[in-house]
Design a protein around this ligand. Structure first.
Ligand code: UT7
Length: 352
């Protein structure tokens, strides 16, 4: 059975840099608070009317194809991970196909909605397709445009200072090389905390979950009128909501757990790792994980300082930068790990 190799990597971030000081023009916050609690100094935001999640993804995808030495026409399956799609439906997968000018229809496009773990989940799905021999060139993209939907008033500051826009992509191919390819992937979920990091309205829930959650549901309406209500608009319920301390508490447990588990299954220890690329949620989380696993600085890649949390895009952007900076080399033992909304958490261990 073939294994899955990462044949090419690419990324794209918008040009517009917003520093922490820039954000103080919109909300009560400070550079000191953001740096101390998150490690973030700046993030990138798209120019309104110019870019979308798909267009950022397309730029990253072209770079990944070039890096893999293939034409975009050679792609036979697209996996697109995002929580900020261009449209409610259809998903970004088909929009990316169109944007890349792929006109052949002997191709599938799948959208993944797993937020921070979307890229790792996508890699696991792609790995099964490659191992089974179904596809030979899978394009896996993680891309986000958060800036259009964040609450940049003081009300939303615990969320909006964290996130940035960007995209990353990889091309996945079969390999029979002994010292190359995906070794294992591990996926987890716990729906107990679904609303603790979420955008729940508008949605089709009609307020049924009744867990002391403000859905902004208009109880007067029995048909229609309860999808986008005035309450949702007035109270900004369409913005992301996060119980930050709870997410933090869970993340610092699940990150090390899923990394150690991946290594152990393959007979490795954290000392054997050449590079850990954690989802870039908070520099404090990454540093905590590094400490628990007793990893050296050169074994962990972080770039949240410059981009904030780009959710599904954070890992492939980091992979691409690590490759460019010479920190990710062929033959390296690499672990990707993520934790986020759902809650979901996941890891992927591979030889690059
Ligand atoms: O990738 C998705 C997964 N997400 C994460 O992994 C995020 C995990 N959580 C975190 O990273 C942290 O919880 C945050 C960085 C979001 C928040 O840090 P915290 O140390 O947990 O702060 P907190 O939410 O407990 O808030 C502490 C204080 C509060 O004020 P009071 O009540 O103590 O007066 C907040 O109102 O900080 C205040 N605060 C802010 N102050 C200045 C919250 N956001 C801000 C802000 N600027 N942006």
């Amino acid at each position: 059975m073939p294994k899955t190799k990462i044949a090419g990597i690419g990324h794209h971030v918008p040009e517009n840099i917003y520093t922490n000081d820039d954000l103080t023009k919109y909300m009560e916050t400070s550079n000191e608070w953001i740096v101390e609690r998150t490690g973030i100094h700046e993030r990138r935001f798209i120019t309104k009317g110019e870019d979308t999640t798909t267009s950022l993804g397309a730029k990253a995808a072209k770079m990944a194809c070039e890096n893999a030495g293939i034409e975009v026409d050679e792609i036979d399956f697209i996996i697109f991970a995002t929580l900020s799609p261009d449209y409610y439906f259809p998903g970004c997968g088909v929009l990316l196909q169109r944007e890349l000018g792929i006109t052949k229809t002997e191709i599938g496009a799948l959208d993944i909605r797993n937020q921070c773990t979307g890229f790792v989940y996508g890699l696991s799905v792609a790995d099964q397709f490659i191992q089974s021999g179904m596809y030979k060139n899978i394009l896996l993209v993680g891309a986000e445009v958060h800036s259009v939907a964040l609450d940049f008033s003081t009300r939303g500051r615990n969320v909006s200072v964290l996130f940035g826009d960007g995209a990353g992509a990889v091309v996945l191919q079969p390999t029979t090389e002994e010292n190359q390819g995906v070794i294992n992937t591990e996926l987890h979920s716990d729906g107990t905390y679904a609303e603790e990091l979420s955008v729940i309205s508008p949605g089709s829930h009609s307020g049924v979950y009744n867990r002391e959650v403000n859905y902004g549901f208009d109880e007067e309406s029995d048909l229609g009128g309860f999808f986008i209500t005035q309450t949702i608009l007035d109270e900004g319920l369409f913005h992301p909501h996060m119980n930050g301390p709870l997410v933090f508490k869970k993340a610092v447990v699940k990150f090390p757990e899923v990394i150690v588990s991946a290594l152990k299954k393959a007979g490795y220890e954290s000392n054997d790792l050449d590079l850990l690329i954690p989802h870039q949620a908070n520099l404090r989380i990454s540093q905590f994980v590094q400490k628990v696993l007793k990893l050296r600085d050169d074994q962990v890649f972080n770039n949240i300082q410059r981009y904030g949390n780009t959710t599904a895009a954070s890992i492939p952007i980091a992979m691409s930068e690590a490759l460019i900076e010479g920190k990710l080399k062929r033959g390296d033992l690499v672990c990707l790990a993520a934790f986020g909304a759902g809650f979901t958490w996941a890891s992927a261990l591979f030889r690059f």
